[in-house]
Design a protein around this ligand. Structure first.
Ligand SMILES: [Zn+2]
Length: 343
């Protein structure tokens, strides 16, 4: 996640009520949930650990935007999708959305790229759910590599696993009804550049983009939850769509797993977490967006954010919750509605 010191967009924050509306109609029916569970169970701690030990290794040199380590990271992602037989959103074997160096406002020395993988929907392929995580981190300084295992190696490997689960579902004739775009964005740490570039140059029309699920830092337990690690922060879900918020709540209810912590969804949150990761570039465009996050910890933006400190079973459970949320969004009868003003 982006450091707070980086420019924060000036925004008018209204003191909206935080009262959550509830619906008596379950969004996910039982049959759909049990099918989803079958594929959610393909998401395993062992695979996430294997991938993260590679992705957050010293070889990737902290994945600084435009630098050789970041290029290794995108090649790794491309190969993983090719291995899984998941196509690109572009023609052939081009998985990269190139972003020219000038776009980074002097904060990167070279061009960089987003990585896009695509699972085409079976019934409403033109409607797309974007699941995002940032692929970059802050590089290396003073001879120390900032591995960024949690930030955002955790979200990155979660996307690989979610993509694989949807791919297996598709192979078995279980949808998804709508399309899933897996979007690994670059330049997040330098100011949410990759997601902004995508939102300004969308591969699929934004009016057909039903929602964005953003995953940034889901592998740790923050000090506030050291006695109850079964939690995840849910941020932004209710800003544009009551139904998006309900979808997350229902997915969690069906799994009965987590305390959904809305602390950072508070409009007056002094850390302004809502504005500090990539979902915000979608929300700004009126697309319902939700950010899943496990909080700030002592190794945040330190060289000590390493893969040995990740809680793999917990990260896996969180990824399953995210998968179930995504499953509902792409398989529900009607796409979720925008019924709120974004504040
Ligand atoms: Zn960060």
């Amino acid at each position: 996640m982006k450091n707070l010191l980086v420019t924060i967009p000036a925004l008018c924050i209204l003191a909206c009520g935080t009262q959550k509306e509830t619906s008596s109609t379950p969004v996910v029916n039982k049959t759909s949930t049990s099918v989803a569970t079958t594929y959610a169970n393909t998401i395993t701690a062992a695979e996430m650990k294997t991938d993260l030990y590679i992705y957050a290794s010293d070889e990737f040199e902290g994945r600084d935007t435009g630098e050789p380590g970041q290029k290794k990271a995108v090649e790794f992602l491309k190969k993983e999708y090719q291995k899984m037989n998941i196509p690109s959103a572009f023609e052939g074997d081009d998985y990269f959305q190139e972003i020219p160096v000038a776009y980074f406002e002097g904060k990167a020395k070279n061009d960089s790229e987003n990585v896009l993988a695509y699972i085409k929907g079976t019934e409403k392929p033109e409607e797309v759910l974007v699941i995002s995580a940032h692929l970059d981190h802050v590089g290396h300084h003073d001879g120390k590599i900032y591995n960024g295992a949690d930030d955002d190696g955790s979200g990155t490997v979660a996307l690989l696993e979610i993509a694989e689960a949807f791919k297996k579902a598709k192979e078995n004739g279980d949808g998804p009804k709508r399309s899933v775009l897996i979007l690994h964005v670059t330049g997040e740490e330098k100011g949410l550049f990759g997601s902004r570039y995508y939102a300004e140059n969308p591969v699929f029309p934004l009016e057909n983009t039903i929602a964005n699920i953003n995953v940034d830092m889901i592998g740790r337990v923050d000090p506030e939850h050291k006695d109850n690690e079964n939690y995840i922060y849910v941020i932004g879900a209710d800003r544009l769509s009551t139904q998006l918020d309900e979808t997350v709540t229902n997915a969690n209810k069906n799994l009965s797993e987590f305390t959904l912590d809305y602390k950072y969804n508070d409009r007056n949150d002094p850390q302004r977490i809502y504005y500090r990761s990539d979902h915000y570039n979608f929300a700004k465009k009126g697309i319902p967006s939700v950010f899943f996050f496990s909080g700030i910890h002592e190794d945040y933006h330190q060289p000590t954010d390493t893969p040995d400190k990740i809680n793999y079973p917990l990260m896996t459970k969180r990824t399953k919750l995210i998968f179930h949320t995504a499953w509902d969004l792409v398989n529900r009868t009607d796409r979720i509605k925008v019924d709120r003003d974004g504040n």
